[in-house]
Design a protein around this ligand. Structure first.
Ligand code: SF4
Length: 374
């Protein structure tokens, strides 16, 4: 794998292992990783909870640089982002591991992987950007697992994307420390942040993390960056779908982040270690959407279901349907060349082009390089 730029920028210990910056030495000799609030304290040879960061030669290294669990071209609506280059294809990929431990993980085969052999595909940042360009994508998304844990690789890819006029999209749980957060989001154009619930109890019991740092990330994005971001809450029956919790969550979003931040309520399906709750009934999503709209949010969506009403974007001034959308597929398009309502001229917040993309809802697997066995 050719990595001229990366080689100039990073110290490589092996083909896919690089030195990192966010850590410090403890008095007892261990090294503490400072990327996320989990603050893993590691001895030589140990790996952090995320599995891809490890202690080696008295420092924290990233062991999955340039390696991926596979590439797919998705509609940008699948991230989900409804106000960012609608209808366009995005080259999506993940690595292995995760810094959260969600019992309901919908990508657990990747995020809980303890086998770096899961990372069968290889791509240097420039190759990845070139592949996105070649396949007609407008952006590259770090998704399937949280890019926070491989931030050095994600940043290099974002820079390569920008050189080609492509955008970089982070799909993250927002569980990150302040200093790396600044560096990471300086290179991102858009993000979808999971706000998994609105109670510390849920975060502690079902994700092994905490709510506070996630709320800090959301406020940081809103008030200190120009990153376009949307929020997703996966509604799990019996765990985070109480009207009172959704009332508090949407009230907080409106008060702290403003009414224009899109909020997506998406449907859960039983997976990984959480198989008891049933799939989310569509009416639960619709109820949540109505609560959030009543609390002042302008753009509230239902997801992972067929729901033209809940999936579409409406003008906040005249009420017309501006973008018809049903499970990632666009229909109506009433946004003018400036990104305004075609009927009354009201501004639609987001990143829009004069015409929508035509990717539809299909997924397409893409192979870059397969690792050789052995
Ligand atoms: S990024 Fe990984 S190693 Fe670092 S603190 Fe978080 S879980 Fe631990």
């Amino acid at each position: 794998m050719k990595q001229p730029l990366a080689e100039a920028k990073h110290t490589f210990f092996a083909a896919d292992t690089i030195a990192t910056r966010y850590w410090h030495r403890l008095e007892d000799g261990r090294i503490q990783c400072d990327v996320c609030p989990r603050a893993c304290k590691l001895k030589h040879g140990q790996r952090g909870l995320c599995f891809v960061r490890a202690c080696q030669d008295e420092q924290i290294v990233l062991t999955s640089y340039g390696r991926s669990s596979g590439f797919c071209i998705d509609p940008i609506e699948k991230k989900p982002l409804n106000h960012f280059l609608p209808g366009t294809p995005v080259l999506s990929f993940g690595t292995a591991g995760c810094n959260l431990a969600c019992k309901f993980c919908q990508n657990w085969d990747i995020s809980k992987s303890r086998e770096l052999d899961t990372l069968a595909d290889q791509a240097a940042p420039q190759e990845l950007a070139a592949a996105a360009l070649r396949t007609g994508c407008r952006s590259v998304a770090f998704t399937y697992n949280d890019p926070v844990i491989f931030l050095e690789y994600a940043i290099d890819i974002a820079q390569a994307c920008h050189e080609h006029g492509l955008k970089a999209v982070a799909v993250s749980a927002g569980y990150m420390c302040a200093e790396p957060r600044v560096e990471f989001y300086r290179h991102m154009d858009a993000a979808n942040i999971d706000l998994k619930a609105f109670t510390e109890r849920f975060y502690r019991k079902l994700t092994g993390s905490s709510l506070g740092p996630v709320l800090e990330t959301l406020q940081y994005l809103k008030h200190e960056t120009s990153v376009w971001f949307e929020i997703t809450t996966l509604l799990i029956p019996g765990h985070n779908d109480e009207p009172s919790e959704l009332d508090a969550l949407s009230r907080w979003v409106c008060e702290k982040l403003g009414p224009e931040v899109p909020l997506h309520f998406t449907a859960f399906h039983p997976d990984f270690k959480l198989r008891d709750p049933p799939p989310t009934p569509p009416e639960t999503l619709t109820r949540a959407r109505h609560i959030a709209i009543a609390n002042g949010l302008h753009y509230v969506y239902t997801g992972n279901v067929h729901d033209l009403d809940g999936g579409s974007t409406y003008c906040q001034r005249c009420g017309q349907r501006l973008i018809g959308r049903d499970w990632y597929e666009l229909s109506t398009w009433n946004v003018d060349a400036h990104g305004d309502c075609r009927f009354c001229g009201a501004r639609l917040p987001g990143v829009f082009e004069p015409t929508p993309g035509e990717w539809g809802r299909k997924r397409l697997a893409v192979a870059l390089h397969r690792r050789r066995a052995g």
